[in-house]
Design a protein around this ligand. Sequence first.
Ligand SMILES: Cc1cc2nc3c(=O)[nH]c(=O)nc-3n(C[C@H](O)[C@H](O)[C@H](O)COP(=O)(O)OP(=O)(O)OC[C@H]3O[C@@H](n4cnc5c(N)ncnc54)[C@H](O)[C@@H]3O)c2cc1C
Length: 249
Amino acid sequence: MVIICMVILGKNKDILNRMDIQNFQIAKISKKKIINDELCIIDFKLDNWDGHIPGQYSEICLTSEDGYEAIRPYSIASEPNKKTLSFLLEKIPNGEISTFFYDFALVGDLVKISKPIGQRFILKDHSYTIMIASGSGIAPFLSMSKFLLNNNKTFSLFHWSKYFSGLVDYDYFSKKNNEANYFPFVTREKQKKWTAGNSRISAENFINFNKNKKYEIYICGSDSFVKKASEIIDDSNLNFKLYTERFGS
Ligand SMILES: Cc1cc2nc3c(=O)[nH]c(=O)nc-3n(C[C@H](O)[C@H](O)[C@H](O)COP(=O)(O)OP(=O)(O)OC[C@H]3O[C@@H](n4cnc5c(N)ncnc54)[C@H](O)[C@@H]3O)c2cc1C
């Protein structure tokens, strides 16, 4: 288990040498925010970060004292020009890395983070962008949508969450109504003043899009959500290019 380990990186020359080969560099946790029972946001400070394309991910590597390494990919949630790198992490029961970050990681801890990876699930923006997320699948869209907002581009963002607290950046997107067509859904909780959706994803959600327009559609989340959402989009009569990212079961 990696869990109560690592943070020995700076002292170990072998690890530093290997890091160069793998394009990893040391990153220090600068902030940790617990969002709810499942989600947290971790910010990292790195010495050399050349930016990323919205939608890309990095591999995060934890190293235990005996040299065992555990590596997992995580979508970059921060905007490209930010000084800190942020990740939205969902705690998976018995998950090695996600449990470490949610339960044990502290500000000041060191980990290894790879250069940004991926050319497939990245913001293309050749036309109008529609983003569809469930749970922590919102992570790459936090980066994409803020990039689009900063460049005065409108888009649609759909986010399904079990609980209201999981609607990361709800206040931010609700206030950006002119540019962002934000569609939040909460499926397992009744909110007193909730005026948005409570239903699960269905074809209904996409009937107002113009059939003569061209769309770039991105779907991200659990395997089952991505499968369901992709089927719905495939069956719609929209003119689209579809990009999907699956986080796991
Ligand atoms: C390109 C890419 C980007 C990703 N970005 C993010 C991100 O931004 N935020 C994020 O929280 N996760 C993200 N993931 C998932 C992440 O890489 C890990 O798989 C996840 O954090 C679980 O790792 P773990 O070490 O905690 O669990 P593990 O120890 O690897 O797994 C423990 C158990 O949980 C199951 N499991 C693994 N992953 C999941 C999952 N996602 N959902 C449900 N069960 C699972 C495994 O089958 C296993 O049985 C991404 C995955 C990919 C491929």
